[in-house]
Ligand binder design. Structure first.
Ligand SMILES: C[S@@+](CC[C@H](N)C(=O)[O-])C[C@H]1O[C@@H](n2cnc3c(N)ncnc32)[C@H](O)[C@@H]1O
Length: 289
């Protein structure tokens, strides 16, 4: 797509078209988790302890792992699979609490970083670069984690596929630890449309570009879209859509029960803070039936 028409003038009708609310789940220009340039910037975001953008801050992760480990109280060397492990921030801490950890992530950059850390500090953690929708384990793990809203960014079909695969991968009575955001997660989000000029080495592109960002709500479907158009000097446009499902407590419980889990407990976060109606997150432990 190009914002310049053949006579070299700005195509306002295309500009108007791309800034309108798109149909639910319309396609974009590809999986940004695997884009080599963006995933490098995502890795920096994961490791930036000043921001919660890629991962939570280190102290929160540590508190969460300490609390969850104590809560579960499983024997040493229980097998834990960390899905969407990123650079291994949760994996390393669970390893530190005595779990036998496998981490899976689709980003080669993140897996390379996590593996280098493990080699340097002699952590016996097994990292695999893989799409977690393609895992095929049978009753191997005592615990599986999906932390920092991974279930929220998947389509309905992919979410159910993943939950079925997780169910299969857990030993009988095994636990799934996960968190999802509620509608209150978006209460303090920025205005509907904004823009900025990125001169170089921006988050999305290395080249100078104009970034148009828009946010849309699809209330009936309980979905929000964060949409990012990058417009380059030559007028070419690249678009990334981030679809985010939000969940009520009832919807989360139903989803888990429909996929063969019973609810062990839930909180406002994965540090054991009591659940409140206004909480931006639901943290939950579900147990395989
Ligand atoms: C929001 S980050 C959370 C990372 C980590 N759990 C943490 O909290 O530090 C989501 C992670 O899931 C990974 N991811 C996204 N889709 C994936 C997929 N289909 N298969 C495997 N990993 C995926 C991304 O590369 C990213 O590292």
């Amino acid at each position: 797509m190009n914002i310049l028409s053949t006579n070299g003038l700005l195509d306002f009708s295309l500009l108007e078209e791309i800034t309108k609310k798109p149909p639910l789940f319309s396609k974009d220009d590809g999986n940004f988790w695997q884009d080599p340039y963006i995933s490098e910037h995502l890795l920096n975001a994961h490791l930036d302890d000043e921001s919660d953008q890629g991962s939570r801050k280190y102290q929160d992760i540590l508190q969460s792992v300490l609390w969850l480990s104590k809560y579960l109280n499983l024997p040493e060397d229980s097998k834990l699979l960390d899905l969407g492990c990123g650079p291994g921030l949760y994996s390393e801490n669970f390893y530190g609490q005595g779990f036998d950890v496998t981490g899976i992530d689709i980003s080669q950059n993140s897996i390379d970083y996590a593996s280098e850390q493990a080699a340097e500090f002699q952590y016996r953690i097994h990292y695999i670069c893989q799409n977690y929708l393609e895992i095929n384990y049978q009753q191997e793990f005592d615990v599986i984690t999906l932390i920092y809203g991974d279930l929220c960014v998947l389509s309905h079909n992919d979410r159910n596929l993943l939950l079925r695969k997780v169910q299969k991968a857990l030993k009988p009575g095994g636990f799934l630890i996960f968190d999802v955001f509620t509608k209150h997660y978006f209460d303090r989000k920025e205005s509907d449309q904004s823009w900025y000029i990125s001169t170089k080495d921006g988050f999305w592109r290395e080249e100078e570009h104009l970034l148009l960002q828009s946010h849309f709500k699809y209330k009936k479907d309980k979905v929000r879209l964060d949409r990012y158009h990058q417009i380059l000097k030559d007028g070419s446009i690249r678009t990334h859509n981030i679809w985010q499902h939000y969940f009520s407590l009832n919807r989360t419980i139903t989803m888990m029960e429909e996929n063969g889990f019973q609810i062990k407990n839930y909180w406002s976060n994965l540090q054991g803070e009591s659940y409140k109606e206004t909480s931006p997150w639901i943290g939950m432990i579900a147990q395989k039936n």
